[in-house]
Design a protein around this ligand. Structure first.
Ligand code: ADP
Ligand code: ADP
Length: 228
């Protein structure tokens, strides 16, 4: 579970990016943060894994204050997927996927088994892809790898910042469907940033509509459609 309690972010005197926001993402649910560029979506997400300091209020992740988690605990608890996949070009696919398990000191055997499991989730042959490099894969494949990399150490929470935004529409729809299937198995608690209403309606358990750093609406997709 992720809870925001009166969270405010001021970058400077003139810029309040997030203003006194309160909400909860329930266990195993996807909340999509939706709104135009500049409404505070990315800032909201980045405060959860402490890439941005919080000006006021607190964020609770599975009963722990985010400020009390050290760097390793943050990695263990939170998977992070960004639009540009963030894969390291000079590392193999397996090395990329196993960055967090490596940090956490997993054994070779544990890492190998986990890699095989993760590749199965996205329908890729682990042996075939193990030694490949990111540039040898299509954009869609790279983004699938970005997703399983975030899942690698099995964190309860996932932060996804327009994870499919850079893909062409046909691949995007396919990967959205695949991800929803994976979510049925992994049941992560997910904050998902989008500026695409169709994506939000498809992916969300609840949609949070943001404007100027404030919550305009926080409803299920069907409620959103009934009361736009
Ligand atoms: P996006 O909304 O896709 O994240 P932005 O253009 O808003 O893209 O932001 C890109 C980067 O620039 C982010 O790292 C953000 O923190 C930073 N940024 C955005 N607005 C400002 C600003 N007014 N001053 C300084 N940095 C900014
Ligand atoms: P979104 O992700 O919805 O596009 P952001 O969270 O990137 O919105 O930005 C929210 C507001 O905060 C915008 O007004 C943006 O210009 C500002 N902002 C973002 N990052 C910075 C930064 N590093 N420094 C100053 N202002 C920023």
């Amino acid at each position: 579970m992720i809870s925001f309690n009166h969270v405010t972010k001021k970058y400077n005197e003139n810029t309040t990016a997030v203003n006194d926001v309160n909400f909860t993402v329930e266990q195993g649910k996807i909340v999509v943060l939706l709104g135009p560029s500049g409404c505070g979506k990315t800032t909201l997400l980045r405060m959860v894994n402490r890439l941005e300091p919080i000006s006021n209020g607190e964020i609770i992740i599975d009963n722990e204050n985010s400020m009390d988690l050290n760097a390793i605990e943050l990695r263990r608890k939170i998977g992070y997927v960004i639009q540009s996949n963030g894969l390291f070009p000079n590392m193999t696919i397996e090395e990329n996927v196993m960055i967090v398990p490596d940090l956490l000191g997993w054994s070779k055997k544990e890492k190998r088994e986990r890699f095989i499991y993760l590749m199965k989730l996205i329908g890729l042959d682990a042996e075939d892809y193990r030694k490949r490099y990111p540039h040898e894969m299509s954009g869609g494949q790279q983004q699938r790898i970005g997703v399983v990399r975030a899942l690698a150490a099995d964190p309860p929470v996932m932060l996804m910042d327009e994870p499919f935004g850079a893909l062409d529409p046909i691949i995007r729809e396919k990967i959205q469907d695949e991800f929803l299937e994976i979510q049925k198995t992994v049941k992560k608690t997910i904050l998902f940033v989008s500026h695409d209403i169709d994506e939000a309606l498809k992916m969300a358990d609840k949609i949070m509509l943001l404007r100027d750093g404030e919550i305009m609406q926080f409803d299920t997709p069907s409620e959103m459609l009934a009361h736009p």
